[in-house]
Design a protein around this ligand. Sequence first.
Ligand SMILES: [Zn+2]
Length: 134
Amino acid sequence: MSQVRRIWVTEIHNVGGFFAGETITLSATPWPDGEELMVTIDEKALDNIRARHLILPEMLLELELSGERVDRARLLASRDRAALNEALRDTPPAQLDAPRIRAYRCPHCDVWVVGSPLQEQGARACALCRQVLD
Ligand SMILES: [Zn+2]
């Protein structure tokens, strides 16, 4: 049984190299709140993230866990837009003609959120907190 958990990265401890393997070890708190925990993520588990060293503090990740093991890590949001753009996998150039919202800012969450906002009764709402934007 896999379990989905959202975590807010607070500190990067180690970006594993030759000896430690292709992993990143970090501290994070459950989103929106909870006790700080330590997580190790394998490079192979990265979903929409280009490389593990681009994961930084103040990023929101969604993890799929099998027990303690992270099967999949997806970047959901970041406080810093430049860091978010840098970490996200590049969109293939063929798709550049079709403009697509890559991220939007939610003032309630105080982060840049990956993807497009929800459309709810004609209003744009944040996919994380469901508050109306604008
Ligand atoms: Zn929000």
